[in-house]
Design a protein around this ligand. Structure first.
Ligand code: ADP
Ligand code: MG
Length: 695
């Protein structure tokens, strides 16, 4: 079975195939459901429901309760002014209720509620001047009573889409939900009291009590487990297959490393040495290395990577380090250069900027092995880049790479060892979902002598005071990052804000200010960065492009405007750009307007701790798992059904189950295995499925 099972087909139709979803509505709903297919909509669960089962005499109608009952229309009271509602008085013999309509057409109401006719109405009773009324009730003819849903789920919506529209589409989708073979182990399912998948999808959209809305309800737990199992199974498969590719054994001789140690102005920290020992063990081993190094900003990952690369080079192979941006590639080149010179190792840097003859020459050096170390952006893994013998690939600042990119990259060499480095302090649960295929080392200690960064909150109204203080600092020779507000989804506005700030600062600090942003040509960016590093400019105004990895130890002040708009982990990354030398560093979080409680709490966390893991955990609690990794689009952590802040246990179970499944049935050939393949297709885990093709 190496094609999507046909019974899933209805779920993979486009949303626009559903009633009420034309291309306009379809687009809106697609945003809401994080995907263009029917299955994405089916995973979009309600957040509340209206219970229309309650009925009683109007004379006894309780305030605030949703009431459904049959009435007769007694009187129309049209509005005298546009801003006033149109009212319709109705009775059930025991008492009266006023139906209230704002901004409604007279003709429409007359047709809906003809004078003297009987109707079934439903809506929330509110007392107004001592009398019961219902604003905008649901109304049907008595013979259509069955069309009134007794329990009406309420969905998260987006502008332009009403609950009614969404409900109709979902109802239709539910009518063709297939029965799928069970992939959850029978005993497990029994023990948890879980429904089948088919039942679960139906129940998700037909909540009956508040309990049903909780993420830990049986229905939601089952669906979350399914999603997590698909995720963990994918990772387990990747890991299993990668391990089966024979790795190579690179035993460190120390010949080159000792030369680097000779020029290092510091000793490795214990955490660095420990991580390096773990890497050495993996690399000497025959199995291929797949290791993640987690180390907070400034923890010193670069030297660890450089030492690991020496293992490969000492054994006659090449090593490459891939980074997300041009600036970082140049920066790494700078910091590694002296070490490589000391070791007598030849190094090239290749980025998208290298064209024509230069590029050809670099490619030739990579191919014939003249280049022993290769630094670069994605460019170094393009199809036409051939390596003589790539032994180790290091991926820096991993959060921009997904599982499948890791796999693609390893196809450049036979059994190439892979070392991934991330500065994003990922909470353990998230680490399992994103990197469950890798071993993890943590550099959980900073080099000695670093002073804590002093972090202060600053209202934007007091910006002038801040600028005056900075002026004095600059006179003392301090260098400053000034990060301009994040503007959601608008690079243009973001740039405009940065340019405006640059202009005002320029009137004060003259030519000592520089501006760097994502729309600049790489060469322009490099020039500005270079003048900031050399001290030709003192203030670097930037959009968030500096977030990742830049190392200027002389910079000791970080100003972040509209700090309230940033995620905590992002603030932490930005703040990590300072505090890299021995001088006291400061971080000013400038906020605008009155802060809400949560916003205040979030920013205060930044003042209280510099521990990236604590910050990430808090961020996860306060924001949900959505964007900790900044990788919504990479598809590694954006779960639709699972919520890692509550489903941590399910994740652990899914992880163990996935391991067991793959160890017993690595090709998913048993009957349960076949069901599990259906699960993988259901959650579009195509990377995993690819493994079964042709094999
Ligand atoms: P990151 O983990 O953020 O990539 P870097 O590798 O850029 O951190 O290191 C940050 C700074 O700390 C660099 O200037 C580096 O030279 C320095 N550094 C690294 N390891 C040590 C150490 N053991 N002792 C002192 N300084 C160190
Ligand atoms: Mg780094």
């Amino acid at each position: 079975m190496n094609q999507r099972p046909f019974e899933l087909d209805p779920l993979f139709r486009g949303l626009t195939s559903l009633p009420g979803l034309g291309s306009r509505n379809g687009k809106l709903v697609e945003k809401l459901t994080d995907g263009p297919r029917v299955v994405n909509l089916l995973f979009h669960g309600p957040v509340d429901f209206i219970d229309r089962r309650f009925t009683c005499l109007l004379s006894k109608a309780p305030n605030g309760k949703v009431l459904t009952t049959q009435i007769r229309v007694e009187q129309h009271i049209p509005n005298t002014r546009k801003s006033l509602p149109y009212r319709v008085k109705c009775t059930d013999g025991s008492g009266e209720v006023m139906l209230v309509f704002f901004h409604a057409k007279k003709s429409w109401i007359e047709k809906l509620l003809p004078l003297g006719d009987e109707r079934v109405i439903s809506g929330r009773i509110e007392y107004f001047q001592g009398r019961p009324q219902i604003v905008h009730p649901e109304v049907v003819k008595p013979q259509d009573r069955d069309n009134l849903e007794t329990v009406e789920p309420i969905y998260p919506l987006t502008a332009g889409i009403t609950n009614k529209v969404l409900r109709k589409a979902i109802k239709s989708a539910l009518s063709f939900v297939p029965y799928l073979p069970e992939w959850v182990e029978e005993n497990h399912k029994k023990r948890e009291g879980w429904p089948s998948w088919h039942e679960a999808i139906h129940l998700l959209h037909n909540p009956d009590s508040d309990r049903d809305l909780e993420p830990t309800s049986k229905v939601r737990a089952r669906l979350a487990y399914d999603e997590l199992l698909a995720n963990q199974l994918t990772l387990a498969l990747v890991r299993d297959r990668q391990r089966k590719i024979n790795g190579r054994s690179f035993k460190p001789t120390g010949a080159l490393r000792s030369k680097i140690e000779g020029v290092l102005p510091f000793n490795l920290t214990d955490a660095q040495s420990r991580s390096l020992a773990e890497i050495d063990r993996d690399m000497s081993d025959n199995a291929r290395m797949l290791r993640l190094i987690q180390g907070d900003v400034g923890s010193g990952k670069t030297i660890v990577a450089a030492m690991a690369m020496m293992n490969a080079v000492e054994n006659g192979a090449q090593a490459a380090i891939i980074v997300p941006t041009e600036i970082l590639a140049r920066q790494h080149e700078q910091s590694i250069k002296a070490w490589m010179e000391a070791a007598g190792v030849r190094m090239v840097t290749l980025t998208g900027r290298d064209k024509g003859k230069t590029r050809e020459l670099i490619l030739k050096q990579i191919k014939d092995g003249t280049a022993q170390i290769i630094i670069g952006t994605h460019a170094i893994f393009q199809a036409d880049v051939e390596y003589k013998d790539l032994g180790l690939a290091v991926i820096d600042e991993q959060h921009r790479f997904g599982v499948h990119q890791r796999m693609e990259l390893s196809s450049k060499g036979k059994g190439t060892d892979i070392l991934v480095m991330t500065a994003t302090p990922i909470p353990r649960t998230l680490a399992l979902t994103a990197y469950g295929d890798m071993e993890v080392s943590r550099i959980d200690e900073k080099p000695p002598g670093r002073k804590p960064i002093e972090t202060m909150l600053f209202s934007k109204e007091k910006l002038d005071d801040l600028v005056a203080a900075l002026k004095r600092k600059i006179a003392d020779g301090v260098r400053i990052y000034w990060v301009c507000p994040l503007v959601e989804e608008s690079e243009v506005l973001e740039l405009a804000a940065a340019e405006e700030r640059y202009d005002t600062l320029k009137t004060i600090f003259k030519e000592r200010v520089g501006l760097v942003h994502g729309r600049m040509k790489p060469s322009e960016k490099d020039d500005i960065m270079a003048s900031f590093m050399s001290g030709d400019i003192d203030i670097l105004v930037a959009t968030t492009v500096i977030e990742v990895g830049v190392d200027v130890p002389e910079a000791t002040i970080m100003v972040i405007e509209h700090a309230e708009r940033f995620g905590l982990s992002q603030l932490h990354q930005l703040r990590g750009r300072v505090g890299r030398g021995n001088e006291q560093s400061y971080c000013f979080l400038v906020y605008s307007g009155p802060l809400g409680e949560v916003a205040k709490e979030r920013l205060n966390i930044m003042r209280e701790t510099e521990d990236g893991f604590i910050i990430a955990e808090k961020d996860l609690q306060l924001r949900g798992s959505g964007d900790i990794l900044g990788t919504k689009q990479s598809g590694i952590t954006d779960f639709q059904l699972a919520d890692l802040t509550v489903h941590g246990d399910l994740l652990a179970t899914a992880r163990n189950d996935a391991k067991l499944i793959i160890s017993k049935d690595p090709d998913l050939n048993t009957s349960r295995g076949v069901s599990l393949k259906t699960l993988l297709y259901l959650f579009e885990r195509d990377q995993a499925i690819r493994y079964f093709r042709g094999g």
